[in-house]
Design a protein around this ligand. Structure first.
Ligand code: ADP
Length: 574
């Protein structure tokens, strides 16, 4: 019920259009009933050879309802589809806005395919919510009341029989269907989501799957889910066939009963014979309003399951809570004091009482073996997570006092996994600053040393990079990341192992370009490669979340502790 109310609240802005569509839905079925009733009256009356003027009202009625049925049906379809697509837009925008507020850290806990499935699939299912769930009961009630009023003019027995037929077809049948396929709707939504998630996963990891000869295994996994989905869909189809058959049986039984009740009324003269066909066809055509109801129950189940999944994602607590009194950022000095952090209350401390400082314009390197907590520290700097103990201060003020987006605007980032969008090279670079001038763009290209490479491409800056930039080498991707950082021109630079996976020569060339990028910027570089660190003002060494050493490279080597060991390990190997 709570889910239903929330869903109705989201679609609140489209209610007027939906109401108009419902009115046209009622008018369409009304016209259909009118057409059949007027035709029955016309044919029955004509059989008695009356004067032609006695038939003229019925003739006009048939013409009117014949035309109005088509016009109303068109308007109802047009408006209801318009309302549905508006609703889809509303739900998509609502969902995306909620996702944005969740921050990267929370989104990491969902598989990318799961989010994709929610954005595309679950939202799509919700479009049925109006067309097949909300509208049919309203139309059913309006048509039922009007037809009952009409039948009551002849006999209350007609009303009782029609009520019986409507209750069976519109209430008992849907409840029966709901009981039988109670969990099927939920299972269908879950299986569809799983299939999409697996497909996205397989496409993203296709290289690994091929390299480890696991494509067959993955294909079998997808096939299993597909078979499960097929069997669920086949169950739904069987049930919908059965429901159709039972529905038709109820319609025809009601019509027979009405006919059976009409004959004695005509015999004893309390009803004129020409109304026999009118009453019978009115009853038969009124069922058009009730037959969609069993399916409304099925789609209600699917819509609720889809909505539940969407709400579970958007209800995830944001990990970064904005402080009320946000302040402007004065300068770029960073002070970290007794900083401790764990990912959740149950998990162990990933950072344990870390303290260090980076003055404005200084360069700090954070080094240490894998799992030491280097990336976690970076996530805290970018406010993907909020720390629990200790403090990080920027320009003398606590990090949590800043608006997260203003804070992130202070940081330029070059990471080991530069994501490139399936767009042109120009658009990928402009991502950092869409309103950059031509001159600013040219300067960024020049300093990132991308010009020569791009000019050789047949379409230059307009060359599409392909899905996640598959058409570019590692070095070229990193130069695009550097160009982005240059264009953003943020005063603090975060480098997260920017040369991982590059060959030695490319690494050296990229580090030279990064050297220029660091000029005049406060820099924090995370690395486990201990080369080129002699230019850093300070190096901190992390191990299992604790800071074990601190100083310049020469001091750390002289200390003969962890840094010295790691340094010799790497240089001896080289
Ligand atoms: P490094 O970058 O030095 O390799 P990380 O900061 O990535 O180290 O990881 C430090 C520890 O935190 C590891 O034990 C890792 O398993 C854990 N960790 C990293 N990310 C998460 C996360 N999102 N949720 C829970 N634990 C995490």
């Amino acid at each position: 019920m709570k889910i239903l109310i929330r869903l109705l609240q989201i679609m609140g802005s489209t209610w007027l259009t939906m109401l108009i569509a419902i009115v046209f839905g009622c008018l369409t079925i009304g016209s259909n009933i009118g057409l059949l009733a007027a035709s029955a009256y016309l044919i029955s009356n004509a059989a008695l050879h009356p004067a032609i003027n006695e038939l003229s009202t019925a003739i006009v009625g048939v013409r009117f309802f014949g035309i109005s049925r088509a016009v109303f049906r068109y308007l109802e379809r047009y408006i209801s589809h318009d309302a549905t697509f508006r609703l889809l837009e509303v739900v998509r925008v609502w969902f995306y806005t909620k996702l944005e507020g969740l921050s990267t850290a929370r989104l990491m806990q969902w598989q990318s395919g799961e989010l994709f499935s929610a954005i595309v699939g679950d939202v799509e299912i919700l479009k049925e919510f109006y067309l097949r769930v909300l509208a049919p009961p309203f139309i059913g009630v309006v048509v039922f009341s009007t037809v009952c009023w009409f039948l009551a003019q002849y006999s209350m027995n007609f009303v009782y029989v029609l009520t019986g037929g409507f209750v069976v077809a519109g209430l008992i049948l849907p409840i029966f269907l709901q009981t039988i396929q109670k969990s099927t709707a939920h299972k269908l939504v879950v299986a569809r989501g799983e299939l999409r998630a697996q497909l996205v996963d397989s496409m993203t990891g296709i290289v690994e799957l091929a390299a480890f000869n696991q494509t067959g295994r993955q294909a079998r996994l997808i096939d299993d889910i597909h078979q499960r989905l097929l069997s669920l869909q086949s169950n739904v189809s069987k049930l919908s066939g059965l429901t159709d058959a039972i529905g038709l049986f109820v319609v025809n039984s009601t019509v027979w009963l009405i006919l059976w009740l009409t004959i004695p009324l005509i015999h004893n003269g309390s009803m004129e014979g020409i109304y026999l066909a009118v009453v019978v066809l009115t009853v038969q055509s009124s069922f058009e309003a009730v037959l969609p109801l069993p399916f409304a129950v099925h789609y209600l189940g699917e819509s609720m399951a889809a909505a539940r999944r969407l709400f579970t994602i958007v209800d995830t607590e944001p990990v970064v809570l904005e402080d009320e009194g946000m302040i402007n950022i004065p300068d770029t000095r960073i002070d970290v004091e007794n900083l401790s952090f764990r990912y959740s209350p149950e998990s162990p401390l990933v950072l344990n009482k870390i303290s260090f400082a980076v003055g404005a314009g200084q360069r700090l390197a954070i080094v240490g073996p894998s799992g030491a907590g280097k990336s976690t520290l970076l996530h805290l700097f970018l406010r993907f997570w909020d720390y629990q103990q200790g403090s990080i201060r920027l320009g003398g003020h606590e990090f949590k006092k800043y608006d997260a987006s203003k804070l992130r605007a202070m940081f330029g980032v070059v990471t080991q996994q530069t994501h490139l969008f399936n767009a042109s090279i120009r658009d990928n670079i402009l991502l950092a600053r869409p309103d950059a001038s031509e001159n600013q763009f040219d300067q960024a290209i020049k300093h990132a040393e991308l010009g020569e490479f791009i000019e050789k491409l047949p379409q230059g800056y307009d060359t599409m990079v392909g899905q996640n930039g598959y058409a570019l080498s590692g070095g070229q991707r990193q130069r695009i990341a550097i160009a982005r950082a240059l264009l953003k021109n943020a005063p603090i630079l975060i480098l997260d192992e920017p040369t991982v996976g590059l060959d030695a020569l490319t690494e050296q060339l990229i580090m030279e370009t990064i050297g220029k990028l660091m000029t005049g910027r406060t820099t924090i570089m995370i690395t486990h490669r201990l080369t080129g660190l002699e230019t850093m003002d300070e190096i901190i060494v992390l191990s299992s979340g604790s800071m074990v050493e601190q100083g310049r490279q020469a001091e750390l080597l002289a200390n003969k502790q962890l840094f010295d060991q790691l340094w010799h390990l790497q240089h001896d190997v080289i």
